[in-house]
Write a protein that binds this ligand. Sequence first.
Ligand code: ARG
Length: 571
Amino acid sequence: MINFKQIISDKISKVTQIDEKELETYIEIPKDAKNGDYSFPCFRLAKELKKAPPVIANEIKEVIEKEIEQIKEIEKVEVIGGYLNFFINKEILVEEVLKEVSKTQEYGKSEVGKGKNIVIDYSAPNIAKPFHIGHLRTTLIGNSLYRTYKYLGYNTTGINHLGDYGTQFGKMIEAYKMWKDEYNLEEDPINKMMDMYVRINSLCKEDEQVLERCRENFRLLESGDKYCVDLWNRFKDLSMVEFNKIYDILNVKFDSYNGEAFYADKTDEVIKTLEEKEKLTESEGARIVDLEDVGINTPCLIQKANGSSIYATRDLAAIMYRAKTYDFDKCLYVVAYEQNLHFKQIFEVAKYLVDEKYAKGLEHVSYGMVSLPTGKMSTRLGNVVKIEDLINGTIEKAQEIIAEKNPNLENKDEVAKKVGIGAIVFNTLSTVTTKDQIFDWNTALNFQGETGPYIQYTYVRTRSVLEKAGYVPKSEDIKIENLTDEYSLEILKLMYNFEDVLIQVTDKNEPSILSRYLIDLAKAYSSFYNENKIIVEDKEIQDARIYLTYAVGNVLKQGAQLLGIEMPEKM
Ligand code: ARG
């Protein structure tokens, strides 16, 4: 498609001699169409050029105005305060969008990321522990980023860095040895394993001998003892069956399940390299990397006094491995903000272990807490809310709503599943990643609110318009002038920006930019729908409006899919 931003920045670049790629990032989209379609704020140039922003704006305008008269893409430029406001040629915009819609089902898909390797580390629940709502955000944010990067042509690898290692497995093995007849693990594996763990843990506090046996089990596990390894594998398999139920229902996928255990035999290289670079210091028998001089007061623990590695060591081994294996341009960690310090530390230490290129590509996508409002739902679900209960509860609620709104609907259960999950996914991805959030299912399931179901409902509306019309016109037959009214233009401008929105999502690792966008598009379509009759006397007008409806449906569906939401065809 024609890139209006690029045309504008190219013109300004010629006057200011500033790199046009940089200028392009300054360009904003005004909230009010009165201020044009794009605006260029001159405030950032004021310092460098030592002039007031309005003066700069007028000077630039004077030079570029003549050139703009020569091209058809831009209609005019105006100055308001320190801003240059550009008005683009609407016919060209409409034409471009229609052309693109007719070309592909995968609107907005591109190759901007071609040749770049992205690794995304997300979800990563801990074996033998429940998959609780704390892991919901990492799972869904990671999944959405994974889909979006792929859509933009990046070579993307999704990794589930399972928490499948550590001294607690020595305890689990001991608990199993002692009480295997009391717990039927097949029946309710994760809860049973949790119970065993809690019980052995308190026993260890009372009885030093038991604790010693647990340590011995872990040593055996590390050295590859068959009994211990088999048992550990069994715990892992049982947990994975439970985790996979959730991944299946949410349609979340990974390319690798290399968890912490995978790196256990790769930590020697971390230690050796740090030794060679003389970065390791002794501290109370343990070995650490001091980070004081880079402004981190807590040193990074690398090796415990008993010689064993820790979580951080395995993460460092993983960085070395990922650099070698995936040659990544970016390696993202979608992990809660409780681990901010951990990632600061390991990213610093990584500078001693991998090339600068890789160290620079490490990024912690830190997210806030999820909580439930106090009340019925949270008491019913208990304190540690399991994702499975949250999902099932929300689907049940969606079933009730649908049964009431549309009792004759076919495939009610299938639709309720999509709506329930859509509500959860959208709610999770509509808050800015770093902020805390509340999951309240009345809000999340409100068909009229800024929710997943609202987007699904709008999509369903586009489908029913098409069904009523009984046809989709050809894009070549659409007369542009029938789509230049205020309401159609609002939609088409949003559609034009779709790819840009996806690029912003990946630049900022922020899926909420896409969820916001989909709400704006759904709202714009609702206004259009309320203002315009679609099935009308004038066939040309009708064709244009049906085509626009078809196009909006496509983008809503595609965008939702990138968040991890599926669309029902009816609801
Ligand atoms: N298993 C960890 C947890 O539940 C998250 C692991 C995140 N990934 C990583 N490479 N450290 O807290």
